[in-house]
Design a protein around this ligand. Structure first.
Ligand code: ADP
Length: 462
């Protein structure tokens, strides 16, 4: 409604009502109202307040007083004095009612301002906010969400949030949503693709929280942001990693082959003086090959393509083989092995060997001053725990979780002193997870670390 129309209404309504009440009061048919005219006038005040607020109720009060003096007083039977007192009391009460309405108006105004402020925070935020009911039906969408999403003209109200998600991710999204609603998880983190303008799929990352039981919200609140450029960059890096490691693998395999041919030739021709150099080349190319294999494994693990050949294996035998190989390369080191007899686990022997190799490698690398390592096997319920303990530099508490992440290296460590790519523990952890086991570390800074992994036993140990 226009402002001037609203103002006119604020004046007109109380006056018309006051006039109408006066007419009713004067009508001979309404004897009762004549006796108590002010009772009816109160009705006019309330209706005016409801329509035009406190201002209208003041106007109604004054109009009623004027009309009553003009039209009711002349024929008022009890006495003019009584009428005067009654008018005075009526006016006081009328103004009191107006005061009360004014107060209610102020409270309403404050509430509206505060709602406006909070709405503004949500609407101006870079994060998109979507509120749905428990079935995912959208009830509110912030402008920032529509800005980067579907065409702005599209009205999302009443649509299912699941319908916006890429078909390949919709099922997983729904599963997570069910878990959130059933209180199996406290919050739902998601990275999914949604249909954006011009039929483009964009990546959004966010969290959903269940506020269905909160009276003032009664919704599931999704907060998210557009992370397409970040994800695309990650994908490019991933592709680069995969392509380069593949490209590097072929030449290194040939180089190794040629080195062996060369070595054989030198041995046959009795040119033993060059053998040490060839051995070194072979050794270094072996290291290079190992590194490339690890890089390839990273992408294989990420894509779930790391091949496994499971069978029942003797863990003690597997550990002994790895230690013997290491002892041969590091004759100065003392490898203390505390076995537990024959221990059968259902596992991929090569992959478990790979995990042990990574752990022994790290234990040696990060213990520059102590040349003693302890490997032990113990039984924990239905699981077998294998530990590799070193007396090296240890790991600060803050990093003990992160070191299992891909490419994570403790930032404070001097890179020139400890080389590496930060993938050994990531691959190892993924391999153990694939075996249904778990991996962890206990450590004390400057005193050493104990890395362990637990595997399920294939059969009980006697
Ligand atoms: P890399 O050793 O190639 O950096 P890893 O994934 O094997 O990669 O290890 C990740 C990080 O964990 C290492 O950079 C190192 O900081 C820390 N770390 C791993 N093993 C040990 C250990 N035995 N002692 C101390 N720090 C370790």
């Amino acid at each position: 409604m226009h402002k001037s129309q609203k103002k006119a209404l604020q004046f007109l309504v109380p006056m018309i009502l006051a006039a109408a009440v006066t007419w009713i009061t004067l009508h001979p048919f309404f004897e009762v109202s004549y006796r108590t005219p002010f009772l009816l006038y109160f009705g006019a005040i309330f209706i005016s307040a409801a329509i035009g607020g406190s201002r209208s109720s003041i106007i109604a009060t004054l109009s009623c007083v004027i009309f009553s003096f003009l039209f009711i007083l002349p024929g008022y039977r009890p006495s003019a004095e009584i009428f005067g007192v009654a008018t005075f009391i009526f006016m006081g009460e009328g103004l009191l009612v107006s005061g009360l309405f004014r107060r209610i108006e102020r409270i309403q105004q404050k509430l509206a301002e505060s709602e406006q402020r909070f709405r503004g925070i949500i609407e101006k935020s870079a994060e998109g906010t979507v509120m749905t009911d428990q079935d995912g039906k959208i009830g509110y969408v912030s402008p920032s969400f529509t800005k980067f999403l579907i065409d702005v003209t599209d009205n999302l109200d009443g649509k299912q949030i699941q319908s916006l998600i890429h078909p390949e991710q919709a099922e997983e999204f729904q599963d997570q949503l069910n878990k959130l609603i059933n209180h199996e998880i406290a919050e739902m983190a998601f990275i999914v693709q949604v249909m954006a303008k011009e039929g483009r799929w964009i990546w959004i990352e966010g969290v959903a929280m269940d506020h269905l039981e909160e009276k003032s919200i009664r919704s599931i609140v999704f907060q998210c942001r557009d992370v397409t450029s970040r994800i695309e960059l990650e994908m490019q890096k991933e592709d680069f990693l995969q392509i380069t490691s593949h490209e590097l693998k072929t030449p290194i395999t040939s180089i190794k082959g040629f080195i062996q041919v060369l070595k054989k030739k030198h041995v046959n021709e009795g040119r033993t003086q060059d053998i040490t150099i060839i051995d070194r080349i072979e050794n270094q190319s072996g290291r290079l090959e190992h590194l490339i294999e690890d890089l390839l494994d990273v992408t294989r693990v990420k894509n779930g393509e790391l091949p496994y050949r499971f069978s029942i294996i003797d863990l003690t035998e597997c550990i002994t083989e790895v230690i013997s190989a290491y002892q041969a390369i590091h004759p100065d080191y003392t490898f203390v092995f505390l076995p537990l007899g024959s221990v059968k686990v259902y596992a991929d022997k090569d992959r478990i060997g790979q995990v042990l190799t990574n752990l022994l490698n790290n234990a040696i690398k990060y213990s520059p001053t102590v040349d003693r390592l302890e490997i032990s096997v113990s039984r924990e319920g239905a699981q077998i725990k294998t530990s590799v303990k070193d007396y090296g530099i240890g790991i600060p508490v803050a990093y003990r979780q992160q070191i299992f992440e891909r490419f994570y290296r403790i930032p404070a460590l001097p890179k020139e002193a400890f080389n590496g790519l930060g993938i050994g523990l990531y691959i190892s952890n993924e391999i153990i997870k694939k075996h249904g086991g778990m991996m962890g570390v206990e450590s004390e800074e400057l005193k050493g670390s104990e890395f362990w992994f637990k595997l399920n036993m294939a059969q009980p140990v006697d």
